[in-house]
Design a protein around this ligand. Sequence first.
Ligand code: C2E
Ligand code: CA
Ligand code: CA
Ligand code: CA
Length: 275
Amino acid sequence: KQEGRNTYRLFRAEMQQQDHRRLELETALRNTAETGEGLAVHYQPLVDRDSGEVQGAEALLRWHHPQFGDVSPGDFIPLAEWSGLILPLGERLMQLVAGQLHDWLAEGLSPPRIAVNLSARQFWQTDLVPRVRALYADYGLPPGLIGFELTESILLDKQQQAVHTLEALREMECRLAIDDFGTGYSSLSYLQELPVTTVKIDRSFIRGLGESRGSAAIVAAVTGLAKELGLRVVAEGVETEAQLAALSRYHVDLIQGYLTGRPVAGEAFAAHYLV
Ligand code: C2E
Ligand code: CA
Ligand code: CA
Ligand code: CA
């Protein structure tokens, strides 16, 4: 009994520590959202499987804090979503991406289309479409240069309204991808109802390709359907030549993963990939 009580106390102390750290992180994140200090964007190339050409990039938010160091997006993005800070942070990210594209164009470079992740709260902002329109106008960007990635759960939630917003973004020639495809609800039939251009197969299935028949079956089904519907397919998280080879059996357009390029800062991205 005594032991049980001690375990409980220990457990509670741990919980309090966790709460404390979460609170500290949230306060720090709130300051960062206000000032923008310590935020950066990394860009990861999407490479054409056949030609090896860089056809796009994904923008990934990075946060460095003087006390906490580099905080992983896996830690701060959920916190940002839960607290609502994803709205100001997402706005900053979009400004950073648009500014970067503007600078590259001004230098005479030809940047590829950049995809920005949108979480549910961002997608359902009533003024998302005018915000995006203003972004293009403010930075003088040609149509379609910035696109978006969304998860299935966002789009299934209120499908009619989602279609409406997606159509408005398509009118601006934005590419629209369904992210982490296959991990959510995946009644595949809804794909044809949504005006999206791209599906991104989640990296868990790519990792499983050589290992489980289940993963291969899902990759086969998703790529087959995407081809029927005329959608582009991105394979995410490709790390090895073996995985790349295993993908050759399927209709995959683009490769994104450590094998073809890790996420890097804008300067490095330009040095490696832009002409
Ligand atoms: P995601 O959208 O699925 O982004 C891809 C993640 O996979 C990135 O992690 C990327 O670095 C990682 N990755 C890419 N290639 C490989 C690979 O070959 N192997 C492995 N193991 N990983 C690979 P990251 O940057 O840590 O981002 C994690 C998640 O955080 C993202 O997952 C996304 O959901 C979220 N996130 C990142 N930036 C933003 C943002 O600006 N806004 C929103 N709303 N979410 C973001
Ligand atoms: Ca993504
Ligand atoms: Ca993903
Ligand atoms: Ca191709």
